[in-house]
Design a protein around this ligand. Structure first.
Ligand code: KG4
Ligand code: ZN
Length: 350
């Protein structure tokens, strides 16, 4: 008799060390450590510091995940790890840890595409994805609109990406220029609570008719915020941080929601899934909920703790792969730090 699969997921692509344990679509438990505070003074993630932090955190965080899930290491039947994209040195640490566990337990290993993990995170909260849906991925490194079918069986279709900065990167850069620290998303959100989102009319790029419908660009917005701050400072006036934060946030959110909703309608679908670190943003969640309600679209966004990087989302992909009877990747797989998302497993099976 085959054992019920108990899948360990390992995430280390950026500054979060995550281990999650998933069985048949259910999250049993997880452990998460972050080196974000060690990067704060640099205004962005320093790869070498992140890699060292993963090495420090790996074993204790795995122990926390096992304890949280109420399982023993020997109960794990499969291991899944982010094999890309991400910071090369950071991915290497988690992947090496995953290989060690898989080898020691003599269980199969699956390499997982980090961004497929973000999409799978939603299944832990809302159950299986519908037959077809539009997924808006908004993270620190990526901003894409995807058309997906079965997440682990079908190819993933890119409808559009960002031409320059990712949405999360824009939050991080604007936070740095407002002197708010890193990561930018949560601090901008907090500052924006007391601000007026209509105080400044920042640009909404790629929104003219004739512009590519699903393509984003955020670098002009960041420059516009920088110019506004410079002008105010040159005049010797205090910088209205809350108003700038709220207006910036509104500009990002307006474009994200407009394009994602348009993709759902153009494709004749009825489900929008929003995932990735920026999906934790309260204004994005509220505006998307309002627009989707008005358009009769079902909106799925994981709870904030499953939006930002974690091991559970990687375990969720592993669990789907196991249940789809996918061939394991094997212990020889390499990291692919700049992998484009074509499928959930990375490298793609032949
Ligand atoms: O998905 P994620 O944890 O890591 C990557 O795969 O990149 O996303 C991190 C990004 C960072 O840029 C961070 O500033 C942003 O997500 N973020 C947010 C919020 N929380 C995290 N952006 C806006 N609002 C938030 N509440
Ligand atoms: Zn991520």
């Amino acid at each position: 008799m085959t054992r019920t699969p108990v899948v360990l997921g390992v995430e280390s692509s950026c500054d979060e060390t995550g281990f999650g344990i998933v069985s048949e679509g259910a999250l049993l438990g997880q452990g998460l450590a972050s080196s974000a505070s060690q990067h704060a003074e640099f205004g962005g993630v320093v790869p070498e510091i992140a890699a060292r932090a993963h090495l420090d955190a790996a074993v204790p965080t795995l122990q926390i995940a096992l304890h949280d899930a109420g399982v023993e290491l020997g109960d794990i039947t499969h291991v899944a790890a982010t094999s890309g994209p991400g910071l090369a040195t950071a991915v290497h640490v988690g992947l090496a840890a995953a290989k060690s566990v898989a080898w020691a337990l003599d269980v199969p290993l699956f390499g997982v595409h980090h961004l497929a993990g973000h999409a799978a995170a939603d299944t832990l909260e809302h159950g299986p994805l519908p037959e077809r849906s539009i997924v808006l991925i908004v993270s620190g490194g990526h901003t894409s609109i995807l058309a997906i079918g079965d997440l682990v069986r079908d190819p993933i279709e890119h409808l559009g990406d960002t031409l320059d900065d990712a949405a999360g990167e824009a939050f991080d850069k604007v936070a740095r220029l407002l002197g708010l620290g890193y990561p930018g998303g949560p601090v901008i959100s907090r500052a924006a609570v007391d601000g007026d989102p209509a105080a400044f009319r920042f640009p909404r790029a790629m929104m003219r008719s004739g512009d590519p419908a699903y393509t984003f660009s955020f670098s002009g917005l960041k420059t516009a915020v920088a110019r506004t701050v410079e002008t105010i400072e040159r005049a010797g006036d205090p910088v209205p941080v809350a108003d700038i934060a709220a207006s910036f946030e509104q500009a990002v959110v307006d474009v994200l929601v407009a394009k994602a909703v348009r993709a759902v309608k153009d494709r004749g679908l009825d489900t929008l899934v929003i995932v990735g670190g920026v999906a934790a943003n309260a204004r994005l969640r509220a505006v998307a909920a309002e627009r989707c309600e008005a358009e009769g679209i079902e909106l799925r966004i994981p709870p904030p703790r499953l939006c930002t990087d974690n091991g559970a989302m990687i375990a969720a992909v592993g669990d789907l792969l196991v249940r789809a009877d996918a061939d394991p990747s094997g212990l020889g797989i390499a990291a692919d730090p700049s992998a484009v998302l074509h499928g959930a497993q990375l490298p793609l099976p032949h």
